[in-house]
Design a binder for this molecule. Structure first.
Ligand code: ADQ
Length: 488
């Protein structure tokens, strides 16, 4: 089995223990331990003169490798190009997309430095798995340095429609760099379709029917690999958490009221203020819910240095304040809004205690909260998931009540339906969703991606095409060229 090299913007610190690590980190660490390898990423530190050689932290057969950035890199590569250009664009928020050439230059430069550091650590037969939009140019930088390894990329966020992508200046360079990976994994079939549609429209490239496209002398497989959670482990945490005093205190404080829960990073893509407004519509239109239901919104701050995130924070606080001021009573706060983050077990317990899980992003690659909410439920008395049709998870969780987050009245109605859904229907919907979570937990997702990557050796067609493009290609007739092209 080849060694595995993982690259992502941030790397977990193994010294920090596992209580807060999400399923993704746990699954990648498991794959790394099985094969041995390296996990490289940004240390989270900004220093004036970063060492080009990563700091290593060895844990058994796995090395965690950390690179520092400069304060300018953080501003331009991270806050700038990654989070003010790519993030909003990929979430179809052109109105929030800020493009600056200086940010792009820094993005490319950081990727080049990561590639140089990585090239010094990689062995010939290692397979390399790169994560997310911060690192799209990494494979092309590694190829420039002569690496022939299998390199895969997983895109955690949505891939937008071609019209949206073409609004990004130099989108063609970005996509050409993407095609230097051997395998490009997306969350959903719709994301993969969007990427194929772009390739066909801009370059006339078509898939060979097995998701493979050819560009120059290189082939790339594009496929969807919907990410999962640690299904059984999370369910177990939720069962255990029921006994924890923290969860008991919260349930007791509800004084018999039903609880609705929302858990999201503070991000404009998650639709938190609009969701609060939908809850307001529910209690406004049906006074029976007054003092009968409490909505707990747990939202840790993120990317606070990006101005749009300060705006969303203000908007969430204002909306919560307005609803509470308007409908609250001395003994009832309709919306409990907290900015802190919780351990996995506490979160699992809170999900289980909630009659409704409210997950209404305007766009989301997958949305793991939706899956965690389902996994945490008591099969005998499960809660109901109200889920945006624009979350990747909607393609799998057919037992959810699907909603359009742009339609506040529709969301309000659906919350009402969820709150009174009969037990039999709740059970049937939950069983269907649980079955899909059991089929595709996060470790299976990682294994599927890695076997697809290993099964994508440079194809015969790709090698022959390389030969055609070489100095000797005069020996290949145009007929032969056509035949070879048809091979993939
Ligand atoms: P995110 O945008 O971060 O992920 P999501 O998939 O919901 O969104 O994952 C958030 C994770 O953070 C969940 O595991 C959740 O439990 C945890 N979390 C959120 N709030 C928390 C809190 N207050 N305390 C503790 N934990 C909290 C990106 C993409 C998604 C994609 C994932 C994985 O935007 O679409 O599903 O990557 O690929």
């Amino acid at each position: 089995m080849s060694r595995l090299v993982v690259v992502s913007n941030r790397v977990p610190n193994p010294a920090n223990g596992r209580t807060r690590a999400g399923g993704l980190a746990v699954a990648l660490e498991q794959a790394l331990k099985q094969r041995g390898g390296v996990w490289l990423g940004w240390s989270g530190e900004a220093v004036a003169e970063p060492d080009p050689t990563p700091t290593l932290h060895d844990a058994g057969n796995v090395s965690y490798a950390y690179l520092d950035l400069t304060p300018d890199d953080v501003q331009e590569y991270y806050n700038g190009y990654s989070n003010r250009a790519l993030w909003p664009l990929m979430h179809t928020r052109l109105d929030l997309t800020e493009f600056a050439r200086k940010d792009l230059a820094s993005y490319l430069d950081v990727n080049r430095r990561f590639a140089t550091a990585l090239a010094a650590m990689v062995r010939d037969d290692d397979i390399i798995w790169v994560h997310d939009y911060h690192m799209i140019p990494l494979a092309s930088e590694l190829r420039r340095l002569g690496l022939k390894n299998r390199i895969g990329y997983f895109h955690h966020i949505p891939w937008p429609a071609p019209d949206i992508l073409t609004a990004l200046p130099r989108h063609d360079d970005l996509v050409r760099a993407l095609l230097q990976f051997d395998l490009v994994g997306l969350q959903t079939e719709a994301d993969a379709d969007n990427l194929f549609a772009y390739l066909t429209r801009e370059y006339g490239l078509r898939s060979n029917g097995r998701g493979i496209v050819g560009w120059d002398d290189k082939t790339t497989r594009i496929a969807h690999f919907p990410i999962g959670i640690e299904t059984e482990g999370f369910a177990k945490r939720a069962r255990r958490a029921g006994k924890a005093s923290f969860v008991r205190e919260i349930t007791e404080s509800l004084m018999g009221r039903k609880m609705i829960i929302g858990v999201d990073r503070l991000d404009y893509s998650k639709g938190v203020p609009e969701r609060m407004a939908a809850f307001e519509k529910l209690i406004e239109s049906d006074a029976d819910w007054i003092n009968k239901v409490t909505y707990l919104q747990i939202t840790p701050r993120s990317r606070s240095e990006v101005p749009e995130y300060a705006d969303i924070e203000r908007s969430v606080s204002e909306t919560a304040g307005r609803v509470n001021g308007r409908f609250g009573e001395a003994n009832w706060t309709p919306i409990r809004y907290v900015n802190r983050s919780y351990g996995r077990t506490a979160l699992a317990g809170l999900y289980r205690a909630a009659a409704v899980g409210l997950v209404t992003p305007f766009r989301d690659g997958m949305n793991l909260v939706a899956k965690e909410y389902v996994a945490a439920q008591d099969p005998e008395d499960p809660g109901v998931l109200v889920l945006s049709r624009f979350a990747g998870a909607a393609a799998e969780l057919h037992g959810a009540i699907l909603v359009n987050p742009y339609d506040g009245e529709g969301v309000a109605k659906s919350i009402g339906v969820a709150l009174v859904m009969p037990l039999e229907e709740r059970r049937a919907r939950w069983r269907e969703m649980w079955a899909s979570l059991v089929e595709n937990p996060v470790d299976v997702w990682a294994t599927r991606f890695l076997s697809a990557l290993e099964d994508s050796p440079p194809s015969l067609a790709s090698r022959l095409l390389g030969f055609m493009k070489s100095a000797d290609n005069r020996f290949v007739t145009s007929r032969g060229r056509e035949a070879l092209t048809a091979l993939w």
